[in-house]
Every structure is written in structure tokens, then in C-alpha cells.
Ligand binder design. Structure first.
Ligand SMILES: [Zn+2]
Length: 503
């Protein structure tokens, strides 16, 4: 806290999505079975801005004051800060105090300490000092450092530590950031992800797989055996089994910087959705991933387009060429008609079902869901609770409805249709990470558009007569840079209001 203004300047010079320091704890049960150890995993609250509804481990962003805590035996100051932050998050989220000296505290005393911390009466370092507690780095086994891939606007550089739950303490989810939590054997947790519609990020899955293979002398080595555990952002992201999200850099609309290409696969076949990058290095990276999956005995059945926008089709021809030219491209007729540079070989109609040959069964139903684009398609895998939403719902940024291609009435109808689908567990959108709160997110989108429409109607009735004037009155929450875009959206709303007979 040396100089607030200096701090702010330093922040604004960094690119918006520079990863922030964070730490997380993989909590192991005392005296757990080393063959299949029990871990404590949590379900993150639906209301969080980052990974809402995901299953994960407790953790969070490092505080400036974490550096002042008494950490002994740390190999270096950086590790000490991360251990301090991880331990604080563990205490705040689960009430578990993994510090030396805590064994003499009663449960009631721990609760009162937590209250001191939460109420801001004492900082974490001051609290440790006041009660003569300290952190011992030997209690925290470093098992990797994962960086959120750049397709997310919010990014973290997260250090993971394996910690044994201190004797006589029981984790207890404290309302707020977490919805629930439980002990379970690592293998069972991984199984739940495989079969029960749980959504998780790669470091969580890697930890469960690694622990599921048992605690042995090579445990840490196995944790650290992949480049992603050393801060290299994951390229293939598997939020749900059989779905690989492969974000590719594209000239898309900020704050998005990438388009999510999806590879839906089973033992024998793959479908590639929206290979959107026009950049050679990104096309190459995607091609390598697909080659590798082909090397495991699969064939690419089709390249499928959710819609016609350049950031979704920019790499189609390159991929087709890479695959020898004989992989068909499939899309809706209205997409096929409008595309000049990409040839569509097969048309997909509303309610068409695509079933992959091989194991397990993967079955996708196409939904014609216009609004963002005329020929826009979503794909629903009812068995896995997956809805591929294209650009109708995105994990980062907002959806532009730009007439005449865009149509607000169609868009709202499409959102209502998506909302009515049964058993949704996750939305895989055209940009940003998966959304693990599907119904909540779709409802938010609908409410947001209806509120905008109401405000636009009010503005019109009180005399605003051009899109520019309406934007100035209604889009007060949007940066002036985005006003040109907002005018397009206003046009779409006006068109709908006119059709509705409201103006
Ligand atoms: Zn689009």
C-alpha cells in the first residue's frame, strides 16, 4: 500500500488479462487410505464471477498482506507468500486452520479467530502473531502451478499445495463463495466427473487422477510430470468427458481474444466445431491436436459450423486441406448460402441428430437457434447435459445482435427454447470458459435483454428519436467505445418493438 496512484498506473499498463497470483489447497484426510486417498472437494457458488458452479479445491487470490505472515522453512519468499495465501483461503472457506500452534486451540477459539479475520478486526498475519501461531512450509507440499488459458478474461496463476487436514479439525463449508463440499476418495470424485454432470477444470481433474493412482514416493513427481503443472496454459481443455475445448486466437470482438473450437469425440470418431482461426500458428496447433487424436484410432467425421461469422470459420479451409480435402463441412442452409469462401458439403436442419460411431455413444441434436445469425445452430447432448451454444451464449464478453443478420425476437425465442431443454449441466459457448450454471445464465441473458428493451421503450416514449440518443440514455453502463455496437443492438430492439406494435 505504498502509493495508491502508482499501483493503479502499474495495473493499467498491464494487459487486462494478465494472470493474478492465487493459491489452492488439495486437502487430504488424516490417516487416509494411501491406495485411494480421500480429498475434500467443493462446489463453487452459482453467484461467483469465476468458475461459478464448478467443482474444485478451496483457494483464491493472494492478498497483499499474505506476505507478512510468519512462514518458516520456506525455500524462498515467493513460496512463503503462496503458502500464507493458501492457508488463509483454507481457513476462510472451510474453517480449517493448517498452522502450527492451532492444535492447542478449541473449536470455539477457532471460530472466534475466523470471526476476527472475516470481520476485518485482524489481518491474517496479525492474527497468527497475536495467537502465537505460524505456518510451516513442511506442512504444504507443492504440487504444481497452473495458469488459466488466455481465452478467459479473468486469469489466475494458481499454486497448488497438498495438505493433510490437521487432527481434530473438520472442514465445514462457510456460506459465501462455496455452495457445498465433501470428503470422497479421489477415484470416486473422478468417476463422478465422468458420469454425473460435474464440471471441473484441468488442474482439478489432474489432481484427482494423480491421487487416484495412490500415494507413493513418486506422487509429487507424477503431479509435476506435465508442462501444464509448470504454468504452461492448457490447450486442450476438457470441462466434460468427450468434449475438448481448444481455444484458438482469432480476430474477434473484445474482450474475447479467442474462439472456442470444440472437438467432440469418442473411441472412433471426432467432430470438429468452429475451427475459427485465420492464423497459421493456431491452425497448426489445432491440426497437431487432431493428428494426435487420429493417431489414437479416430477419424474426423465432419467439420461443423455453428454460424457464418469469420471468427468461427476462419480456419475451416486450412483444416480441410490438412486433412486431405475429403472431410465434409456441415452447416445450416442459411449459413451455407451466405458463405463465399467456405464450401459447405452437407446441410444440417433443425432437430437433426448426429450419432458418433464408437464408444461411448455420443449423440448430438442440432437446434436451429437464429438471432445472433440467421443459420445459427446449437447442439444438445442430452445424455451428458451438454449444450454447445455457439455465439448465442458465451463465457466471456456479450452477444451482439446486429440486424439484418441479427434479430432480437428470434434471439429471445432461441434463448427460451434453450432454457426449456431438460437436464442441462453445462454450456459450451463460442468464446470463454464453460458455463456450469446453465439455467441461471440463460435466464440472465433473457432478463438482461428484456430490461434493455423496457429501457429503450421508455427512452423512445420520452422523446429519444435516434439510436444514438437512445444509447446515450440507456447504455450508461457501457463504455463510449462500445457505443457504435450498442447502436446496432438498439436497432435490433427497435425492430422487435415495432413488430410487437409497441412503437
Ligand atoms: Zn458470431
Amino acid at each position: 500500500m505504498v502509493s495508491d496512484s502508482a499501483g493503479r498506473n502499474a495495473m493499467s499498463e498491464r494487459p487486462a488479462n494478465t494472470p493474478k497470483d492465487a493459491a489452492a489447497i488439495i486437502l487430504l484426510r488424516q490417516d487416509t487410505n494411501p491406495e485411494n486417498p480421500e480429498v475434500f472437494w467443493v462446489k463453487r457458488s452459482d453467484k461467483l464471477a469465476f468458475l461459478a458452479g464448478f467443482h474444485a479445491f478451496p483457494g483464491g487470490q493472494i492478498d497483499a498482506s499474505d506476505a507478512e505472515a510468519d512462514v518458516r522453512n520456506a525455500p524462498n519468499p515467493e513460496t512463503a507468500v503462496m503458502i500464507s495465501g493458501a492457508a488463509r483461503e483454507l481457513f476462510e472457506e472451510l474453517g480449517v486452520l493448517a498452522v502450527r500452534g492451532a492444535e492447542t486451540l478449541t473449536k470455539g477459539q477457532r471460530v472466534s479467530l475466523l470471526d476476527d479475520l472475516e470481520s476485518g478486526r485482524m489481518s491474517w498475519p496479525a492474527l497468527l502473531q497475536h495467537y502465537e501461531l505460524y505456518l510451516d512450509a513442511d506442512d504444504f507440499t507443492y504440487v504444481g502451478r497452473w495458469v488459466t488459458p488466455p481465452f478467459n478474461a479473468r486469469r489466475f496463476d494458481t499454486w497448488f499445495f497438498l495438505v493433510k487436514c490437521p487432527p481434530k479439525q473438520e472442514p465445514n463449508v462457510i456460506a459465501g463463495e462455496l455452495e457445498s463440499g465433501e470428503w470422497l476418495p479421489a477415484r470416486e470424485a473422478y468417476d463422478r466427473w465422468m458420469h454425473d454432470q460435474v464440471v471441473a477444470v484441468p488442474p482439478t481433474l489432474h489432481a484427482l487422477r494423480t491421487l487416484g493412482a495412490g500415494i507413493a514416493p513418486d506422487l509429487v513427481e507424477r503431479f509435476l510430470s506435465i508442462p501444464e503443472a509448470h504454468g504452461q496454459p492448457e490447450r486442450r481443455i476438457t470441462f466434460r468427458p468427450n468434449y475438448i475445448c481448444f481455444p484458438v486466437r482469432t480476430p474477434t470482438r473484445p474482450p474475447a481474444t479467442h474462439t472456442c473450437c470444440y472437438i467432440v469425440h469418442n473411441s472412433k470418431e471426432m467432430l470438429v466445431f468452429d475451427p475459427g482461426s485465420p492464423y497459421e500458428d493456431e491452425q497448426q496447433a489445432l491440426a497437431e491436436c487432431i493428428d494426435e487424436m487420429m493417431g489414437e484410432g479416430r477419424r474426423v467425421r465432419e467439420i461443423i459450423l455453428t454460424h457464418l461469422h469469420p471468427d468461427h470459420v476462419g480456419g475451416v479451409n486450412a483444416l480441410k486441406e490438412h486433412l486431405g480435402g475429403n472431410v465434409p463441412v456441415a452447416a445450416h442452409a442459411q449459413t451455407a448460402e451466405a458463405l463465399n469462401d467456405v464450401h459447405v458439403d452437407r446441410l444440417i436442419e433443425d432437430n437433426d441428430v448426429i450419432t458418433l460411431e464408437g464408444e461411448p455413444v455420443v449423440r448430438l441434436r442440432a437446434l436451429h437457434t437464429p438471432g445472433h445469425a440467421l443459420g445459427h445452430l446449437c447442439f444438445h447432448d442430452e445424455e451428458r447435459g451438454v449444450l454447445m451454444t455457439g455465439d448465442n451464449i458465451v463465457g466471456v464478453g456479450s452477444v451482439l445482435i446486429d440486424p439484418p443478420e441479427g434479430n432480437m425476437r428470434d434471439y429471445l425465442n432461441s434463448l427460451e427454447r434453450m432454457l426449456a431443454l431438460p437436464r442441462l449441466a453445462v454450456l459450451l459457448g463460442g468464446h470463454g470458459p464453460a458455463v456450469a450454471t446453465p439455467y441461471r445464465k440463460i435466464s440472465e441473458y433473457i432478463t438482461h435483454r428484456i430490461e434493455r428493451e423496457q429501457n429503450i421503450l421508455t427512452a423512445v416514449r420520452s422523446g429519444a428519436s435516434t439510436p444514438r440518443e437512445i444509447v446515450a440514455r440507456v447504455y450508461t453502463d457501457v463504455s463510449p467505445k462500445a457505443h457504435a455496437m450498442a447502436e446496432r443492438a438498439v436497432l435490433a430492439h427497435l425492430e422487435k418493438l415495432r413488430e410487437d406494435g409497441a412503437i
